[in-house]
Design a protein around this ligand. Sequence first.
Ligand code: ADP
Ligand code: MG
Length: 267
Amino acid sequence: MSDGGTATANDKIKPNIAVFVKNLRKCFGPLEVLKGVSLKAHEGDVISILGSSGSGKSTMLRCLNMLEVPDSGEITIAGETFGLKKRQQRTEPADRRQVDRLRQHIGMVFQSFNLWSHLTILENVIEAPVHVQKRNRAECIAEAEALLEKVGIADKRHFYPAHLSGGQQQRAAIARALAQRPKVMLFDEPTSALDPELVGEVLKVMRSLAEEGRTMLVVTHEMAFARDVSSKVMFLHNGLVEEEGRPEDMFRQPNSARFKQFLSNVK
Ligand code: ADP
Ligand code: MG
C-alpha cells in the first residue's frame, strides 16, 4: 500500500487504510469529469461527499468499483490496487477477475434502490452471497434474516419490492449490500428519491452502521448527516476536491467561497 513514507511506531496504532484513491481522472468524450481526485479513508471512516449536481460525485463512486473505468489514477481497496491497461486509446481493467474480487469488498447503495423486482426481499438479500460468493444457503438465509431485522424490515422478507415503501426498499437494498460482507459501503444519494417523511428511517440505519465502525463513503445532500455522522467531509467542484476536512471545521468555518455558496444554497 502506498501511503508514502516508511512505517513508524505510530503507524501501528493507526487504523488501516480501507480506500486509497490518487489522482483519479475520467473523461466522457470531450468532457473531463474527474480532473485528478484523491481520497483516503481509514477503516471506520465515514466520508460525506458533497457537491452540486454534475460535479462528478457519482462518477467518482462508480469508478471505485469499475462501473466506470477511470482513464488514469490509482485505486486501492482493502490493500489491493486495481490494475488498468491501455488498449487502442481506451483504458480497461487489467484483470477481470480482480474486478470481480474487488466488487465483493464493496457494497453499493444507489438512489434508485435497484432491487430485483421478481425476487422477494429475502431472495434479493441472499442472491449475491449464494450465487456469486457461493456460500452455504442456510447460513446466508440466517444472516440475511438478521440483517433484515437490523434494518427493521424482517416482517417484509417474503414480500416483493413493489409492495414496500421507498424507505423500506432502500433499507432492503442496504441489507443486500451488507450481506456480501463488504469492507466498504458506498452510498450514492441514498435518500434523494424518497418522500421526505421516509428519509429519516434510512438515515437512522446509516447512522447505526457508522456507529458500528463501518467504512462508508456517502454522497449526500443531507447536511445534518454530513455534519453529525461523518469523520471527514469532501466538497467536489467541477471534478476537483475544492475543500475537505473535519465536519466541525468545514461547517463552522468553510474556506472556499464555492463551498460557502453551496452551503447557503442547501440550508
Ligand atoms: P454528480 O453525481 O456530481 O451529479 P456525475 O458524476 O453524475 O455528477 O456527472 C458529472 C458529469 O459527467 C455530468 O456533466 C454528467 O452529465 C456527465 N456524465 C456522467 N456520466 C456520463 C456518461 N456515462 N456519459 C457521458 N457523460 C456523463
Ligand atoms: Mg450523482
